[in-house]
Design a binder for this molecule. Structure first.
Ligand code: AKG
Ligand code: FE2
Length: 243
């Protein structure tokens, strides 16, 4: 296992050193998988420290104003910070085949190009030209209501969130949660435990589940439980761009 040096983004060979068979198994079984140590602590701190720098962002969302919860987030402007751009590119490459496999299993026609630039060109042609990677900031009492990050007709079925703060030291509470709504059944919840720099890869809105009578689709939503104390930052990497 390689680890990125302090201040360095995980490079492509390092991403390949992740346990991808385990990640794919978890994605297939639970709709979510942890990708440990995507960013070194220095890189986490540097990204979180960008929050007040309005030059880095194209817009700010105060969640309470929209009924999204409590807390804030900002969408990065282009050019994205190098670490965010690099993670988006390399994770996309690795996840595109999973996205294709899921689409096919669910009987959907969508297929995804092998690299992010080609997929983003499709987004632009569909009128989705605004970059969606974002930086989220939560303080004590804040939370993120269950939601799906859909920004137009083109949806890449997986996304990634990287925890930038250290649980137990920088904040308490603030668990990343996913719920899964199965047809005609009660919802199932999954709590994902993350350390600083860990990413969670998860389904944007649905995933295939093998039942006794074939594959069916389950709908997923994600959110963050209430932050009890401190400050919690995350970087969200969504692959489709926004209308
Ligand atoms: O703060 C988090 O852990 C989740 C943020 C989120 O909703 C996202 O990245 O799409
Ligand atoms: Fe989200």
């Amino acid at each position: 296992m390689f680890f990125p040096r302090e201040g360095e983004v995980m490079t492509e060979p390092t991403l390949h050193a992740l346990d991808w068979p385990r990640i794919e198994r978890d994605l297939d079984a639970y709709g979510a998988a942890v990708a440990p140590n995507l960013l070194a602590p220095d890189a986490c701190r540097a990204l979180a420290a960008l929050y007040p720098d309005d030059q880095s962002f194209r817009s700010t969302v105060v969640m309470a104003r929209h009924g999204f919860g409590r807390g804030e987030y900002k969408y990065f402007a282009e050019p994205l910070p190098a670490v965010v751009g690099a993670l988006r590119q390399t994770l996309y490459r690795r996840l595109a085949p999973v996205a294709d496999r899921w689409s096919a299993a669910m009987g959907r026609a969508d297929r995804f190009p092998a690299d992010l630039d080609a997929f983003r060109a499709l987004c632009r042609a569909a009128g989705q030209g605004k970059p969606t990677p974002l930086l989220l900031r939560y303080r004590a009492g804040d939370y993120n209501c269950l939601h799906q990050d859909v920004y137009g007709a083109l949806v890449f079925p997986l996304q990634v969130a990287v925890l930038l703060s250290a649980p137990g030291r920088d904040f308490s509470g603030g668990a990343f949660v996913l719920t899964e709504q199965r047809p005609r059944m009660q919802s199932r919840v999954e709590v994902v435990e993350l350390g600083q720099g860990d990413g969670v890869i998860f389904a944007v809105r649905e995933r295939p589940v093998e039942g006794t009578r074939g594959v069916y689709r389950v709908a997923l939503r994600h959110g963050v439980s209430r932050i009890r104390s401190g400050e919690r930052y995350t970087v969200g990497i969504i692959f489709h761009d926004a209308a």
